[in-house]
Design a protein around this ligand. Structure first.
Ligand code: DLZ
Length: 154
């Protein structure tokens, strides 16, 4: 799903043409995470970040984002975006994955070489995920790309 119709003033976004981005994408709920990835890529393209400055890595699930982002932090990038989608099921699995992933990514921000942006949707239903990945509440991937630019330039 395209998110190209940003309701964002692109002129307010700092110049990021020299920033190196790493994006780590979880394959679980891949329709959602693919839309989030597209939201990030479209925003970066709209502010003229060259494709050669963007590395994308896939991991099986959100739990694996921690390891993937750790590897990506050591891949000569200035900032990493972690993209995932966790949707509540009938068991406690949701809580374990959300807690581990958010804590793991927090730890990478404390000890790692560069910031990691948390673009992991943690929703109660698939509809909530759709609404936030290019639906009625926008695309959190787009917002994550803007946050990544700001953090890379700190
Ligand atoms: C196992 C699992 C389940 C039940 N749900 C999700 C989910 O909603 N979103 C997600 O990103 N990953 C899920 N996973 C997979 C775990 O993140 C992880 O890949 C496996 O537990 C293997 O370590």
């Amino acid at each position: 799903m395209s998110t190209r119709s940003f309701n964002i003033d692109l002129s307010l976004i700092p110049n990021a043409t020299n920033v190196k981005f790493g994006i780590v994408v979880s394959n679980w709920n891949g329709d959602i995470t693919n839309n989030l990835l597209n939201g990030s890529l479209e925003l970066l393209d709209s502010v003229n970040v060259p494709k050669k400055n963007i590395q994308v890595m896939n991991v099986p699930g959100s739990f694996e984002l921690i390891y993937g982002c750790r590897k990506m932090q050591n891949n000569q990038v200035d900032v990493v975006i972690a993209i995932g989608s966790v949707i509540r099921g009938e068991t406690k699995h949701f809580d374990f994955i959300c807690n581990a992933t958010s804590n793991g990514i927090k730890d990478l921000n404390v000890i790692g070489n560069c910031p990691v942006i948390f673009c992991v949707l943690t929703d109660n239903s698939k509809q909530q995920s759709i609404d936030r990945s290019g639906g009625k509440y926008g695309n959190k991937g787009t917002e994550a790309a803007i946050a990544a630019i700001k953090m890379a330039l700190i």
